[in-house]
Ligand binder design. Sequence first.
Ligand SMILES: NC(=O)C1=CN([C@@H]2O[C@H](COP(=O)(O)OP(=O)(O)OC[C@H]3O[C@@H](n4cnc5c(N)ncnc54)[C@H](O)[C@@H]3O)[C@@H](O)[C@H]2O)[C@@H](O)CC1
Ligand SMILES: [K+]
Length: 516
Amino acid sequence: MYILSSKQLAQVDKATIKNKAITSIDLMEHAATLCFQWLHTRLQGQNIKIHVFCGIGNNGGDGLVIARHLFQHGYNVNCYIVNFSDKRTDEFLTNYDRLKEIGEWPTVINNETNFPKISFEDIVIDAIFGNGLSRSPEGFTKKLIQYINNTKVFTLAIDMPSGLFGDKSVTKKDAILKAGHILSFQTPKLAFLLSENKEFVNTWEIIDIGLDEESINNLQPKINFTTKSEIIPLYKPKDKWSHKGTFGHSLIIGGSFGKIGAITLTSKATLKIGSGLVTAYVPKCGYNILQIAIPEVMVEVDDDKLLTYFNFKTKPSVIGIGPGMGTAEKTALGYEKFIKENKLPLVIDADGINILAQNKTLLKYLPKNTVLTPHPKELERLIGTWKNDYEKLTIAKQFSKNYNIILVIKGTYTVIIDNEFMYFNSTGNPALATAGSGDILTGIITGLIAQGYKPKYAAIFGVYLHGKTADIAIQETSYETFTASSILEYLPDAILDLFNQEQINEVGNEENESTT
Ligand SMILES: NC(=O)C1=CN([C@@H]2O[C@H](COP(=O)(O)OP(=O)(O)OC[C@H]3O[C@@H](n4cnc5c(N)ncnc54)[C@H](O)[C@@H]3O)[C@@H](O)[C@H]2O)[C@@H](O)CC1
Ligand SMILES: [K+]
């Protein structure tokens, strides 16, 4: 699904009202009713005190609708108007009246003395600011946000945590509501996917409020959140007349004395994802290890303990290079020569990236669409430091553009960057933070390219499957005991899951719920 900016969302909002002949008040009623239903399904009428804080814009309007439904269903509700401005929107005013019509008068908060008592066991609904936030909250509104945060009460944020900008960085972190859960309208907001916002964004899910899909597509958004529905069309079905040559020949280069395990994992993953043939090119000390560990993989050797000459005879269709390779001087020299002469598609990881970072003049020799898979430290060596995640993404996009390469930035939400396009991955969990997990990813992406997937799609698809293995595994095993080898163990399930129709229909609901 697409990730839209605040400006794009406002445009789509207008287009929906025009194209779908729906009034803005009905759109609000629909969106906020879905939020009420979400809560009602979970609370089932329980007598918990619910505090609904409403701003004076349309986010506040949503809050008033939710409060009305809660009152009408007999909940124990306190509704407040956070009166930070007199520029109330029409939709807010209409819903203010509708609330009064059922005999409920919200409490107006004009200053700190009006703050209500909130207990830890209560629930707070945050409808103070949404997409319309134009500057950080100040005055008593800021104090109210801090007051709510200090109670440590469960907070349900409507559309966005108040004070958080959807698509730009926040400098004043003391004026943002810490949301326990977010019900966000139509598309995820970029802010939810960035580590610097982790205090404010716990779990979130998307509520499909029926905004006009055609208008969204017409905007040709450049930021994506890849879920199962985007992944399924990428899958290449197998032709019954195919043979092992059809699925390519991957050459996996890496390893050094003591780090043959890394390249063994990469080679295994390349084979397991379906590369027709796999050859590993390793130092001599890795020969027996690889031959015994993976009989299906062919092995060519270089010098004794370190890669030095890079003079393999194999004629592969794609090369995955870097895991366990080290950055010793003679390895770096051989690697540099290899990079300058190579014309084959490349996937570069770990020390392969580190050597490029040490000698950036090599970057111009990389074939177009080379895939680089840095973890945060490797990325920093490659592109320099950044002030916040927004800046990191801007620098990374420019880097991808300058060198025509695809960056796979590994993290909680791994993002694939191809020029101006960004694809945030939806799968994965902390189980993947384990030794060798990146080596496996390199193998998966290389093996997909061998089978004819375009590098960008191999990266998107590979990252999705890699994360999905951990999501499936965690239903039956523990985070602690999940290792890099477990990724390969669950890879068949991750692929089979693509064909599980029942869950396809779930996309758009719980499937997108995400924990950071
Ligand atoms: N189609 C949509 O996109 C829909 C949007 N809806 C709601 O509408 C929200 C957007 O509503 P609005 O555009 O009215 O904006 P908000 O309700 O987010 O903000 C209210 C107003 O406060 C003012 N403001 C911004 N920052 C301020 C600050 N720091 N201090 C004081 N005042 C400040 C602005 O003038 C802004 O218009 C969405 O987040 C969502 O909750 C829903 O009603 C459903 C439909
Ligand atoms: K909010």
